[in-house]
Ligand binder design. Structure first.
Ligand code: GDG
Length: 743
């Protein structure tokens, strides 16, 4: 209440001041009203008494007239009456007429209006009315009214106005205090319940606090505002996040606290190999492992993969699991064993002879065999079983990697309908016409649509996928939200461009660029000032190595000044060598290199140095740092991490990237020299441009590309997918909750 007084006292003072200021106005106004009343009253009395007075005047008896006047002035208000004859003489009046009212001064009161005469009792109102008659002498009647009552009334009115304002002040204060108290309590309760997580809006039927319903619209606005602020701050925060392994871990701790996370990929993150008596642990150099390992470490999850190492079986427990990383175990690998037939059919057959060429459109015909398909189905089912047995809850988050597991999402969803399945397709998705040649196209699409979120590197591949679904399945495609609904289940199709870890491991950049340049020229028997280009790829026909060599040949034809002054080192890691197409490809690459070298080698410097063997990651980085240019000429590539690795390796901001327009990376790195690898003349020009590019231009281009790779690194790729999954789970949770409330 003391706080209420702080409000009431000033209010009363203000209203009292208003009443005080109004008092003279009230006086003036009431006086004006009474004078007008007395004017009318005087006229009325004059008219009433005119006739008897004229009769008395004809008699000429003064005493009778005075008596008449005295009788009339018995009236409480009529103070005095007088008569002045036009023919002159003294006034005939009642006894009470003031002495200063004389016939000689009557003119001043003749006009109608406010004629007041001060007296000891209070003001007197004087009215003069002319009397004209044929029977009696003409004259003027003087009517004097007592106005002391006006003063009395005015005092009363002022008192009344004052008390009225005081009453008003009291009522206004009371109402205000009551409303303020109710609102305060209501808001406090509302804020308390909001803090308790109950929300301000409760269904009246479900027990809204009494007296709060009128605040519902305000509460709703408040809630919306809080939501908008949250979203805005999250968006702002995400924009400001410097994505790193630690940032990813911290975000996952916040967003997916306690959630069960499972990764499924064909390749395992740690491979145990037997070397004589010892068991060696190998870590495949893979962007995928770099990206997904922080997630697994943060969530202590399970990574399910094909156990391919020669000592893999020796180190697992009874459930085929092994804790990793070996030096500091924080998550486990669950190994799935495949028979030789399964591996041949599922991996080499359907995945790499069917799906791989199908999706890359690199002019290698896909081979589809029903036997391979059967193994593909079997192996996908085997992995689905492993997922179900490893799930600790009925709603795990499962990250399915790549084209080896197109059927897995649907199989998981059938057995764990509450699971959140995020599938990522690392290779391109072709247009519907190209995809149509797959004999099991409907099964593949339906399998993938078991995912909650389906990710591709580029929007172009997302569009291709949605178009393909639209063409071949009875599904509802929403191009506004980019979702596909099949059998009432929704899949969001999203673009998540993969990248590399940033910053690169410090030991990769330990050796200076100058040392790398000198050492690698020496190691390859090249002069110290020799210009060097490099390419690092798996020996895969989609990488355009043949086209790259043709472009080098064309450069030397068109610009002979580079003959003997420029060499290109191609690191080609053997891959899928059990597949015929890959053997042919290797042979073709070797033959071409030999032919070009025979044509253009000078002074012991071959234009092409072909290294078909696996290199250590440090060695690969050394080549990136030593080279004047890196040439990525993929015929079709989901992203291509080599382009980004070259950029990351060049902390000296030198070196030129020549990049095929058919890579996902080309959409992110426009500062590279973008080429069509099928156009060898254009590629030759790009090579020449790169070799003659001024250092300042190299720096400007490299700086922009490094900025992009730093910002859009692999931790953002993984983080964005998981944040989207977390948001999707929250939304589903809320929908279920409101469904329960609504029912
Ligand atoms: C698929 C998609 C997508 C190569 N040779 C050696 C070696 N490498 C490393 C490179 C790079 C990686 O392998 C190759 O990555 P890419 O992205 O170029 O290509 P794919 O293997 O075809 O991968 C592709 C990727 O998935 C990720 O989503 O970008 O589009 O086709 O890191 O440096 N590493 C070592 N020795 C070698 O001899 N150590």
């Amino acid at each position: 209440m003391p706080s209420s007084l702080r409000f009431i006292v000033p209010l009363i003072l203000v209203l009292a001041a208003i009443a005080y200021a109004l008092a003279p106005l009230v006086d003036q106004q009431t006086l004006r009203w009474f004078v007008r009343d007395l004017d009318i009253r005087s006229a009325l009395i004059a008219n009433t008494i005119e006739e008897p007075l004229q009769e008395l005047l004809t008699t000429g008896k003064k005493a009778r007239i005075e008596g008449f006047f005295n009788r009339i002035t018995q009236d409480e208000r009529l103070y005095a009456l007088g008569y002045c004859s036009s023919s002159g003489g003294a006034m005939v009046s009642s006894r009470s007429l003031p002495a200063d009212v004389r016939c000689s001064v009557l003119e001043r009161w003749e006009a109608p209006g406010e004629h007041l005469l001060p007296s000891g009792k209070g003001p007197l109102h004087i009215a003069v009315k002319p009397l004209v008659s044929e029977v009696a002498p003409a004259g003027r009647l003087v009517l004097v009214h007592d106005m002391s009552f006006v003063v009395r009334r005015s005092e009363e009115t002022k008192r009344y106005v004052f008390f009225l304002f005081m009453g008003l002040a009291a009522v206004i204060s009371l109402i205000t205090v009551v409303i303020a108290q109710i609102s305060w309590r209501g808001w406090m309760n509302g804020v308390q319940s909001l803090l308790r997580g109950e929300g301000l809006l409760r269904n009246p039927a479900a027990g809204t606090q009494p007296g709060l319903t009128e605040f519902t619209p305000i509460a709703r606005d408040l809630q919306r505002l809080i939501r908008e602020l949250e979203t805005e701050s999250r968006a702002r925060d995400e924009g400001q996040i410097t994505w790193s392994a630690d940032a990813l871990r911290a975000i996952l701790h916040g967003e997916l606290r306690g959630d069960d996370v499972i990764v499924v990929s064909n390749r395992e993150p740690y491979i145990h190999q037997r070397r004589g008596d010892a068991i060696e642990v190998q870590r495949p150099a893979s962007g995928l492992v770099t990206a997904l390992e922080p997630i697994m470490r943060a969530c202590s999850g399970t990574w399910i993969a094909h156990g391919s190492g020669s000592a893999d079986r020796e180190v697992v427990d009874k459930k085929d699991c092994v804790a990793v990383p070996p030096e500091d175990p924080s998550y486990q690998i669950r190994r799935v064993w495949l028979t030789a037939e399964e591996e041949a059919g599922y991996y080499y057959g359907f995945a790499n002879e069917g799906m791989w060429p199908l999706c890359h459109i690199a002019h290698v015909r896909p081979t589809f065999r029903s036997g391979d398909w059967a193994q593909y189905v079997t192996v996908n089912r085997k992995f689905a079983k492993a997922v179900v047995s490893e799930a600790k809850t009925d709603a795990p988050i499962v990250l399915v990697q790549d084209y080896h597991f197109a059927l897995l999402p649907k199989m998981i969803r059938e057995q764990l309908p509450n699971a959140t399945v995020i599938s990522f397709w690392h290779i391109p998705w072709p247009n519907p016409e190209s995809f149509a040649i797959c004999p099991w196209r409907e099964e593949i699409l339906a399998g993938m649509l078991g995912s909650s979120i389906l990710g591709f590197h580029t929007q172009f591949h997302c569009n291709n996928f949605v178009d393909t679904v639209d063409r071949f399945l009875e599904a509802r495609v929403d191009r506004e939200s980019f979702t596909v609904s099949l059998g009432g289940k929704l899949t969001a199709v999203r673009r998540y461009p993969i990248s590399i870890a940033w910053p690169p491991e410090p030991e990769m950049l330990e050796k200076s660029v100058a040392d790398c340049r000198a050492d690698l020229r020496l190691a390859n028997d090249l002069p110290p000032d020799h210009r060097l280009g490099t390419g690092v790829d798996r020996l895969d026909y989609t990488k355009g190595i043949v086209e790259r060599f043709r472009a080098i040949e064309r450069l030397l034809e068109l610009k002979p000044e580079w003959v003997g002054r420029f060499s290109f080192v191609q690191i080609a890691a053997p891959t899928r060598s059990g597949i015929d197409e890959y053997q042919h490809h290797e042979a073709q690459v070797r033959t071409l290199a030999t032919r070009i070298n025979a044509r253009f080698a000078r002074n012991g410097s071959p234009p092409i140095v072909l290294k078909i063997e696996h290199h250590g990651p440090r060695e690969v980085y050394e080549y990136f740092r030593a080279a004047d240019l890196c040439f990525v000429s993929s015929l079709h590539d989901g992203m291509n991490l080599v382009a980004k690795e070259f950029v990351a390796a060049r902390d000296d901001e030198r070196g030129v990237l020549i990049l095929s327009e058919f890579t996902g990376a080309a959409r992110e790195l426009p500062e590279a020299l973008i080429v069509n690898p099928y156009d060898s003349d254009q590629c030759a020009v790009a090579l020449h441009l790169a070799l003659s590019m001024p250092e300042a231009e190299q720096r400007d281009r490299m700086r922009l590309m490094r900025g992009l790779v730093a910002e859009y690194n692999v931790f953002r790729w993984a983080g964005r997918m998981l944040l989207d999954a977390a948001a999707m789970r929250r939304r589903i949770h809320l929908t279920e909750k409101s469904g329960v409330l609504g029912s």
